[in-house]
Design a protein around this ligand. Structure first.
Ligand SMILES: N[C@@H](CCC(=O)N[C@@H](CS)C(=O)NCC(=O)O)C(=O)O
Length: 228
């Protein structure tokens, strides 16, 4: 039964505004897994400084920014919500979603929300007050506190991965994209010192996926983690 649009049914393609190694990678990775057509605007980070009038497009000034619909009426700013939207909206041979009928649907939703609310949240403080801190920043204690906070918040995932190769139903879904990006970001912030072997193995399993590799190659020349 065809219950969702394929990309070719639409007059316009979804469009993503992206910065390398930022949370927009989640949406890009999902589109690559689904093998749908899309447009992409790759920008230097942070776009509210590097792209003129970016805040007129997205008043938050953040990435991702995502537009879809014939009139561009769908405008989204939350990376996990975009992944969720994409799998519900676009039919694909590659089934990377769960539905309410699946036994682990609740766990799937929980991992999706967990990825940003529980894992990326403490990382953002480490990013702000350590990785991208101004020279005169006096908040290094905040970064240290949230480094330890991240370690504690990782425990639930570490325990789960002791007995699972993927988060839900023994197969790859967007829950793995959402959580996988949080782990990838942790490696960029040197927070992978908190990874257990099963977390390391899980992340390499995800990073070996051709769709991740295609997505991650886009915009590499604008890597904000490389000091110029
Ligand atoms: N909850 C949002 C957060 C978006 C967000 O904060 N993105 C960061 C990059 S990972 C950003 O654009 N920061 C630039 C800035 O704040 O100027 C999501 O998951 O997409």
């Amino acid at each position: 039964m065809k219950n969702s649009l394929t990309n070719s049914d639409l007059k316009t393609k979804p469009k993503l505004w992206h910065c390398y190694n930022s949370r927009s990678l989640r949406a890009l990775w999902a589109m690559e897994e689904l093998e749908i057509e899309y447009e992409i605007e790759t920008m230097a980070f942070p776009p509210r400084y590097t792209v003129e009038k970016y805040k007129e497009l997205n008043s938050l000034g953040t990435v991702p920014f995502f537009v879809d619909g014939e009139q561009g009426e769908i405008q989204m700013t939350e990376s996990v919500a975009i992944c969720h939207y994409l799998v519900e909206k676009y039919q694909s041979e590659n089934n990377i979603k769960l539905t309410a009928e699946d036994a682990e649907y609740g766990n799937y939703l929980n991992w999706l929300y967990h990825s940003d609310a529980t894992l990326t949240f403490p990382q953002t403080l480490v990013l702000r007050y350590r990785a991208f801190a101004a020279k005169d920043c006096t908040q290094s204690k905040t970064a240290d506190d949230y480094d330890a906070w991240f370690a504690a918040r990782l425990e639930r995932l570490s325990d789960h991965l002791l007995h699972h190769d993927y988060l839900c139903e023994n197969r790859f879904t967007i829950a793995d994209i959402a959580i996988g990006f949080s782990l990838h970001l942790a490696t960029l912030l040197s927070l992978d010192k908190h990874f257990n072997p099963q977390v390391e193995a899980y992340l390499s399993r995800l990073k070996n996926r051709p769709a991740f590799q295609r997505a991650q190659a886009i915009g590499k020349e604008m890597d904000p983690f490389v000091k110029k």
